[in-house]
Design a protein around this ligand. Sequence first.
Ligand code: ACO
Length: 374
Amino acid sequence: MEETVGRGLEDVVVAESDICFIDGHEGRLLYRGYNVDDLAREATYEEVAYLLWHGHLPKSAELKAFTEAIGKEAFLPPDVLAFLAGVPAGATPMEVLRTAVSMLSLSDPTSEHVGDQTDRTKALRLLAKTPSIVAAFDRLRNHQKPVMPRPDFGLAKNFLYMLHGEPPVDEDAHILDVCLILHADHEFNASTFAARVTAGTLSDMYSAITSAIGTLKGPLHGGANEQVMRMLLEIGAEDKVESWIKDALANKKKISGFGHRVYRTEDPRARHLRAFSEEIGTRRGDLKYFRMTQKVEQTVFAEKGIYLNVDLYSGSVYYQMGIAIDLFTPIFAIARTAGWTTHVMEQLAHNRLIRPRAQYVGPERELWVPIEKR
Ligand code: ACO
C-alpha cells in the first residue's frame, strides 16, 4: 500500500465528476461548464438546480414546469410539522433541519428505492421542503404560526415570505436568489463528500442529505457564516476592527470567513456578496456592517495575506435582511441541496463503495492481559 498520508485529503482526487469545476488559482467556478458569474447575473436558483440535475439549461417551458413543481412540493407533511412544533427549547436550526430532513423519508413510500427515477423526485422534494422546514421552525420558536408556502413565488422569495409572514421587497428576494445560486454547488467539499460516501453504500437519498447537513454544520465549513456575524457584533464598531483582529491573530485564532482548501486567490463568489452587503446597507441607510466587514477583510489580508471566502460577506447580507444569525447555515443548506442531490445521483450512476485506507501507526504485538491483572 502507498504510504503517504494526505492530511485532510488535501489535493487528493477521489472521482471524476462533470458537475462543478473550481480553478483555485484563477478564482474561477463553473457549474456544468457555466461560469458562476454569468449564472449569478442571468439565472434563477431554480434554473441552476435544473442545470445541475439535468446537465443542460432548461428551455422556458421546462423552467416554468420545474419552478411550479417545486412550488407545489413546498408543503410539509403533518409529522414534520408536528415535530417542528414540539422541538425542545434551545434546539439549533441546523440540528432541527438535519432531523426534519431525515424525517422526510418516513412520508415517502419510495424512500428505500435507490438509483432509479425516484431519486429525481426525492431531490425535488428535498429542494422544495427544506426552505419550508427552516421557515416553519423559526416561526414556531418565536410563537408564531407557520406561513403556508405560496406556490406562485420562486423558492427564494417564498422562503423570505414564509419566514417574515409578508412578501419581501423584490431587491431582497433577488439578492437571496443569487446567494442560493452562489452556494448551490462546490465540487467535493466536505458536506458533498459526506453525501457521496453515504450514497456510495447504496443507502438512500434522505440519508445522504442528512449526512451532508450534519457535515455542513461545523464552523470550519458552512457554520462559518454565523461565526462571522457573531464576530462583527462582538467587535461592535469599525474603529475597533484592526486591534481586535490583530489580537485574535496574535492568539493564533482562525478568523471565520477566511482561508480555503482550494482557493489561493479571492473566492469568486465573494465579489457578489461584497456588492450585496454594500447594496443592502445603502438601501437601509446604514453601512456599518458592510464597512466593518471591509475593514476585517483588509486587516486579515494585510496581516496574514489570507483571502476571504464565501462566508465573510454572506453574514452581513443575511443579517441586514433581518434574518436570525442561526439561520445563516440552514440557508447555506437550502442552497447546497441542489448540489448535494446532484452529486448523489452522479455517485449512484457510476457507483463504487468509497472505502479508503488508514496508515496504521499503532502497536502490533500487544500481549493479552486478563482483566484481573490490568
Ligand atoms: N484565520 C487565520 N489563519 C488562517 C485561516 C483563518 N481563517 N485560515 C487558514 N489560516 C492559516 C492557518 O493557521 C495555517 O497557517 P500555518 O501554516 O502558519 O499554521 C494556514 O493558513 C493554512 O491553514 P489550514 O487550516 O491548514 O488550511 P486548511 O485548508 O486545512 O483549512 C479552512 C481551510 C478550514 C477553511 C481554514 O482556512 C479555516 O479554518 N478557515 C476559517 C473557517 C471558515 O471560514 N470556514 C469556511 C470555509 S468555506 C466553506 O466551507 C463554505
